[in-house]
Design a protein around this ligand. Structure first.
Ligand code: ZN
Length: 357
């Protein structure tokens, strides 16, 4: 509310027709203000021992307290308290050592199923499906040349849902597989697909997947849902063939929208557990044996698809704000398993950063 009043005073009604989620990037000077606000917030919010933090928070039946999974730090800096429809609410802390943002208390892995109610798979069809597939196409384009042609390469979509990405992957000629933890989604996906196949369960439980040798693994909006990311990424690394790559699309904890809207940020959804920035995703990849990483900025689907109604000047300003702040609302990451992968795919517009343990 205060935000809205201040913005009205500063900018009048000039930006009223710019969609809400783009205004922060478009209004002159706002990026610097939001970044200053963020430094002030993280500089001033109290940092406490885990014991003191635990005394502050009731622990739900399906929950557990965590230390920072990226660096092992136990101290906690409470920052946000997202809430939403039907009364869900959780707490997000920042690691004072490495800046990682995570839900604390978090959800115990064996109780993860409790978060996903039925009806999840029907929600993922219709207009939503078309928008999702456009987003996949735009991201594959941004990661060129990895996804340009499948050429029978083995691809695993982890958390494949109703098969929206696998459908595109098989069309491009990949030998595509999926795994998902929802049996309804797996059934729907296999109806939709012709050559590609999805399986219910964890990768190590499905012989076709456990055999490994994948050239590409994709994680579309899955990373923020993983309660044990280090274990999962060690497994992904071992499932990759020499020269293999891993693609991640997830919400960006450096988003300018998070800096602007705090607990009301769109990335704090009901089922998200951890929130990565380019910096913390590098830590995750370095610790799990990947050799390199590259990032593609996310400007938003309408901008990238050329269907935006922003004026050219506003669209250009949005792009500049995203680049200057590393602050797109989503993060797109390409991880390289080894030197061979960097040699093969680290070309084009992507800049590869080498990772060292
Ligand atoms: Zn940390």
């Amino acid at each position: 509310m205060t935000n809205r009043i201040l913005a009205k005073l500063a900018y009048g009604s000039r930006y009223d027709r710019v969609p809400w989620a783009q205004r922060v990037y478009v209004r002159p000077g706002e990026r610097l203000i939001r970044e200053a606000q963020w430094r002030r917030l993280t500089g001033r919010a109290p940092i406490m021992s885990r014991a003191a933090y635990e005394r502050l928070r009731p622990l739900g039946e399906i929950e557990e307290f965590l230390d920072c999974m990226m660096c092992g730090e136990s101290r906690q800096q409470p920052l946000f308290e997202p809430t939403g429809g039907k009364g869900w609410r959780y707490h997000v802390v920042r690691c004072p050592a490495c800046g990682f943002l995570y839900r604390n208390p978090n959800v115990r892995p064996e109780r993860l199923g409790d978060l996903y109610s039925t009806g999840y798979s029907t929600f993922l069809t219709g207009k939503y499906a078309a928008n999702r597939q456009r987003r996949y196409d735009l991201t594959m384009k941004a990661m060129s040349p990895v996804f340009d042609e499948g050429k029978e390469r083995r691809l695993l979509d982890f958390g494949s849902g109703v098969g929206l990405f696998l459908e595109l992957a098989e069309r491009r000629g990949f030998d595509a597989y999926g795994v998902d933890l929802s049996p309804e989604s797996v059934a729907q996906a296999n109806e939709r697909l012709s050559r590609a196949r999805t399986y219910f369960g964890a990768p190590e439980e499905v012989p076709e997947i456990a055999a490994g040798g994948f050239d590409v693994i994709t994680l579309w909006s899955v990373l923020a849902h993983l309660p044990r990311p280090l274990e999962d990424f060690q497994r992904f690394r071992s499932l990759l063939a020499p020269g293999g790559v891993l693609l991640i699309l997830t919400v960006n904890a450096r988003s300018l929208l998070l800096k602007a809207y705090g607990s009301k940020w769109s990335g704090f959804t009901k089922n998200h557990l951890m929130f990565y920035s380019p910096q913390t995703v590098r830590t995750l990849l370095a610790r799990t044996g990947f050799a390199g990483v590259a990032f593609a900025h996310h400007y938003g689907d309408t901008i990238e698809a050329g269907t935006t109604r922003l004026s050219p000047a506003h669209a250009a300003r949005l792009r500049r704000s995203v680049e200057a702040s590393d602050g797109g609302n989503m993060m797109r990451v390409l991880a390289f398993a080894d030197e061979e992968a960097i040699g093969r795919w680290g070309r084009g517009p992507l800049t590869v950063h080498r990772l060292h343990d």
